[in-house]
Structure formats: structure tokens, C-alpha cells
Design a protein around this ligand. Structure first.
Ligand SMILES: [Mn+2]
Length: 413
């Protein structure tokens, strides 16, 4: 009898470590069984909601729907809308994916171009001429309608909300036939992937659109979870499923997209203008074109990578040429776990005359917007333009520094 054949008799002779190793094997078996059970129960928990969506789609067979995504669509919204479109196709439902703003981050532009993602931009000025009456239903993904200028038009045209799928906290009453709002999930792309896993669409590796959509969904999950670092179990399970279909070369091409010159310039200004105080880095970047507004969060991301900096705030005056209005747009990034961006921005900037906070809340955690009202609008006088920026720059800096460094009575900028 050899010693590695463990019969009860052998056990009497086995060493302590052998017994331990044996126990470990049993434990691992238990663990595997538990995991399998968990995975199955996880799939089972999705089934009822997937079934409900199926019935909803069945009821709307043959319709023409509009899928509205936020004005500044991100990978999560874009990929989720596309997945919905492909799912709906199974039920002869034709969808237009529409946004009424700008595709601004170079990664988003690359995503749409490289995957040939079928999203349409409706320019703000063309909105009033659009005929929405062709649509029988409206679908919201990755939002509850608070981040799109299209929603008032949808309501005006009395188009019913058929489907709402989102992972943000519920924002007031939503009325729709099918609602799946799950704030515990980190990405809407995870929810759409769960529907696909539940059988609402059979992904096929030979189908180019499926591979590209899986790639987009993977990007969606990754970008809403900080490259999966903040992913929950459900997001990771979705990513694991997508890994069977996605094109990793295509995804790395999207991720390696280059920054535009304007964005680089804004980052340079942020770097040059930054004020460091108590581990905060605060920078104004001056005037920006509307299309380059995404340089602000990117500059904030970059400033937050500096040694001894846990929080970065970057802001600038963004000129919306379409409407000739100017607005201050800002972004906060923090690695400090105890700093709540929402609270911090509300405290630093306060409210407008109607009691609305300038920052935090809504979908834009870490972002703020301050309308500049009467002082808005471009001016040919360079001296005046410079002066205007200095006023706002000083005012904003002062508000933040007061919170960051309460002992400083006078602030020199
Ligand atoms: Mn999202």
C-alpha cells in the first residue's frame, strides 16, 4: 500500500501536515460547490427580471423606439444602448440611439468609430425641427432622463417611456412599463450583459456586431468601475462572460486613443496654474471650447496623480457656441476615501438663488456647473476677457481654499 492512497487505515499513520492538506482539499471542494451554487443562484435571481423585459419587448413587437442617452455619452451608456438595440431587434423592434450633446472624450470618439457603434447625434439647434412622432416608445439606459435635453421633447410628443435601465440612485418618480434600476451595480453594461446571459440575445463569436458590442460592453463595465478596481461581484461575473466574445485588440485600440491638442493644452494650463494646499490641488484652466470640455475631468485625473495630493479640482469657463452662453464647468477627483465629493462640492460652492446646488448630486458626482448669467457671452476685448476670468478664478479658488484651509483668512492668488 502506498502512502498517497488515503484509506482510513493510512490515516492513522499520516503526519499532521498530510491531515491538514487533506482537510484543505475537502474545504476546497466545499468552496467550489458553494461557488457553483452561488453562481447558479445569481443567474436564477436575474431570470424573473429578464423574463419581465422579454414580455415587455413582446408586447411592443414591430415598434420603432428612440433610445435616449445622456448629452455627453460615456462608454457605459453607449454600449448599453447598443446592447438594448440588438436585444430589441430580436423582437422586430427598431431603435435609434440618440444623444443631444457632444461626444467629447477621445476614448468615446474612438469607441464609436472603431466599433461602428450606431449612435446618432442630434445637434441642439436642430432639436426643434425633429419629428418625434415616428417613435412609439422611449427607452432610457444609464440615466433616468435627468441628463438629456431630449426628454422635454419626448414628453411634449407624448411618447411613452417603455423601458428604463439604470444603475444610478433613483431620481424621483419614474413612470415606465419596465423599470430596472439597481444602484448596487456599478455599470449599466453589467445589467445588459446579465440580460444577454439570461438568454435575451445569443452572442455569437462569428457575428461581427456581437463581438464589437461585447467589446463595447467590456469597455463600459471597465470604465464605470475604474478598470474593474471598483467592480462588484456582479460586474466581474459580467466581465467574465464578455471575455468569451470581446476583441481584446479592438479594446486596447480604443484605450490607446490619443488626446487632442486642445486637451493637452488644457492639461498643461492646469499643471501650471495649480495651487497646492493641504494635499489638495486646485487649478483653473481659463476658457475652453464646448467640444473640449472633457479636458477638465481629464486634467483633474492627472493632477490627482501627483505625490501627496489626494484631491484635485479643475475648472474653466466653457463657451457653448451653439447658444453663445458661457458656463463654469468643474471637476473634482479624489483618492481620499473619507472625502465625499458630493458633500464637499455642496459645502464649498453652496446653492444658487433658487436653492439648487452648483455641484454634486445628479449623475455628475464630482462635477459642478456655475452659470455666469449676465456676464456670459464672448467679448472681443482681450483685456476684458482676461479680467472676467480672473474674477471667476479668484472667487472659485477662494471658496475651495476656505474649506481646504479654514485658518487662512486672506488668500493671495
Ligand atoms: Mn454608468
Amino acid at each position: 500500500m502506498t502512502s498517497n492512497l488515503l484509506t482510513p487505515l493510512d490515516r492513522n499513520n499520516s503526519t499532521d501536515s498530510e491531515v491538514k492538506a487533506d482537510a484543505a482539499v475537502v474545504d476546497r471542494h466545499k468552496e467550489t460547490a458553494a461557488l457553483t451554487f452561488e453562481r447558479e443562484s445569481h443567474a436564477a435571481s436575474i431570470r424573473p427580471i429578464a423574463e419581465k423585459l422579454k414580455q415587455t419587448l413582446e408586447r411592443h413587437r414591430g415598434e420603432y423606439q428612440i433610445v435616449v442617452i445622456q448629452d455627453f455619452p460615456d462608454p457605459d451608456a453607449l454600449s448599453s444602448a447598443w446592447a438594448y438595440q440588438l436585444i430589441a431587434q430580436q423582437y422586430d423592434i427598431q431603435c435609434d440611439i440618440v444623444y443631444a450633446g457632444t461626444l467629447s472624450h477621445q476614448e468615446n470618439i474612438a469607441l464609436v468609430k472603431l466599433t461602428e457603434l450606431p449612435a446618432k447625434r442630434w445637434g441642439v439647434q436642430t432639436l426643434k425641427d425633429r419629428d418625434l412622432s415616428v417613435y412609439q416608445g422611449c427607452v432610457l439606459v444609464d440615466s433616468q432622463g435627468t441628463t438629456s435635453q431630449l426628454i422635454p421633447l419626448v414628453k411634449q410628443a407624448k411618447i411613452p417611456f417603455v423601458v428604463v435601465i439604470d444603475h444610478h440612485t433613483q431620481q424621483g418618480e419614474i413612470e415606465a412599463e419596465f423599470i430596472d434600476v439597481r444602484p448596487q451595480i456599478r455599470a449599466t453594461a453589467t445589467i445588459l450583459t446579465q440580460y444577454i446571459q439570461a438568454g435575451l440575445l445569443t452572442f455569437n463569436s462569428n457575428n461581427k456586431a456581437h463581438v464589437k458590442c461585447a467589446t463595447a460592453l467590456m469597455h463600459g463595465v471597465r470604465s464605470d468601475t475604474n478598470g474593474l478596481l471598483q467592480a462588484q461581484e456582479e460586474d466581474l461575473l459580467a466581465a467574465a462572460y464578455l471575455s468569451r466574445f470581446y476583441d481584446c485588440q479592438l479594446l486596447s485600440a480604443v484605450l490607446q486613443s490619443a488626446r487632442s491638442r486642445h486637451v493637452m493644452d488644457a492639461i498643461e494650463r492646469a499643471l501650471k496654474n495649480r495651487k497646492l494646499k493641504n494635499n489638495f490641488s486646485i487649478a483653473g484652466v481659463g476658457y475652453l471650447r464646448y467640444d473640449d470640455r472633457d479636458a477638465i475631468p481629464q486634467a483633474a485625473d492627472f493632477l490627482a496623480t501627483e505625490e501627496n495630493v489626494h484631491t484635485a479640482v479643475v475648472y474653466g469657463i466653457v463657451h457653448d457656441e451653439d447658444n453663445d452662453i458661457e458656463v463654469i464647468i468643474g471637476s473634482l477627483r479624489t483618492t481620499k476615501l473619507t472625502l465625499d465629493p458630493d458633500e464637499f462640492l455642496k459645502q464649498a460652492l453652496g446653492k444658487d438663488s433658487q436653492g439648487r446646488y452648483y455641484g454634486g448630486g445628479r449623475n455628475m458626482a464630482g462635477g459642478f456647473e456655475i452659470p455666469i448669467g449676465f456676464l456670459s457671452g464672448s467679448n472681443d476685448n482681450a483685456e476684458y476677457t482676461k479680467l472676467k476670468w480672473e474674477v471667476f478664478d479668484n472667487q472659485i479658488k477662494q471658496k475651495f481654499l476656505r474649506l481646504v484651509n479654514p485658518d487662512d483668512k486672506v488668500i493671495h492668488t
